[in-house]
Design a protein around this ligand. Sequence first.
Ligand code: TYD
Ligand code: MG
Length: 455
Amino acid sequence: MAKVKVKFACTECGTESPKWLGKCPGCGAWNTMIEETETVVKAPVGRGELLRTKEKARPIIHIESGREPRVPTGLSELNRVLGGGLVPGSLLLVGGDPGIGKSTLLLQTSHALSAQGLKVLYVSGEESVKQTKLRADRLGALNDRLYVLCETNLETIEESIMEIEPDFLVIDSIQTVYRPEIASAPGSVAQVRECTAHCMRIAKVKGVATVLVGHVTKEGAIAGPRLLEHMVDCVLYFEGERHHSYRILRAVKNRFGSTNEIGIFDMTEDGLREVTNPSELFLSERPLGVSGSTVVASMEGTRPVLVELQALVAPTHFPSPRRMSSGLDHHRMSLVIAVLEKRMGMFLQNQDAYLNVAGGVKLDEPATDLAAAVSLASSFKDAPTRPYDVVFGEVGLTGEVRAVSRAEQRVKEAHKLGFKRVILPEASMKGWQPPAGIELRGVKSVAEALKAALE
Ligand code: TYD
Ligand code: MG
């Protein structure tokens, strides 16, 4: 019989230790080390199989190239994030907070694929077959090529895979499945790792595109998806705020495509709806002609998105003023505030400042600096911005406005949504023509931009 040994492992990064530690030596996280009782299986499962491949090493010039075959999923926002579609034999991880809509997304994807004639196996370890059926009824995801299995034992799941021979497999979630020969509980670092490695082999050997669902956990009692990021081909995160209905699908790793595209969905009564024009959605609740509100054109991957940036500057009641930003990098906000203080002479030291990207989107582009500066100055001076202005540009430490990429696309998006004027870096205006009916106001400094926006 196998030997049982006890050790501790971090649920965030998987670092192991023979004794318990409060702080993980691998990733520095606190309280993430949990006890693992691991059965040491004599013959390491799978390793041998992988070594027994018939392939021989070949000179690289003899290997035929050609693009990875793609299977479009029927959900264009998902295709965009994947870089065209699913790659047969690839392993994908979809992570996200519990309740964000991962099961919904994958059931809809499963249905869309089965509607194209592919065979799909949806394995749920969390919900009963009945619950899954009820959800499918609501989503209208009914098809005789969509198989559902409620099981957590990976061996039994494998038997089903052999029998059904699906083209697409979903395991919802990786934290509920287990391999019986490993003694630790489902969701432990050892189980999650071994099960993922096993799914990888199934995907490669059977050529089936496989999706693993992974819950992001805060308590650290079960292993999180970050542990698996290096093992899989693609990692997608499904994000959103509980109080907003839309969700963003983001790739953080993609062996077959870029990682800067996002997919946007709206959670409705009957499932996720794709949002093909995100700017309209993000601007739908915008108040007009008020102070502290600016519209910024930010690039999300290859697509420009217009979002409202709100600021509130108000006298502080604290010894040191508060600086809060949501949806925007805190460091960039500090930089913009410092520039407004030093270069524009605004006295903000006795003022709290809040910045908020309306709707809960996250922007991480320097091109949002100028809009942040305009919003903050507008709120500070209580001077309303013009409702039909769009602002973008990077702010430098001397108060200069620096060029940003893809100005033309940003301006076109602003034009498409009926905006009348764009305030942008002068240096970004060379080499292209704006569409008729939109005024461009090139600026070289924050001072010029504020003059134009708040006059
Ligand atoms: P779910 O897909 O179960 O989340 P996860 O698998 O990430 O835990 O989605 C759960 C939430 O989505 C739940 O609060 C209800 C909501 N929802 C809708 O609003 N509309 C729908 O059609 C469905 C199926 C779910
Ligand atoms: Mg679920």
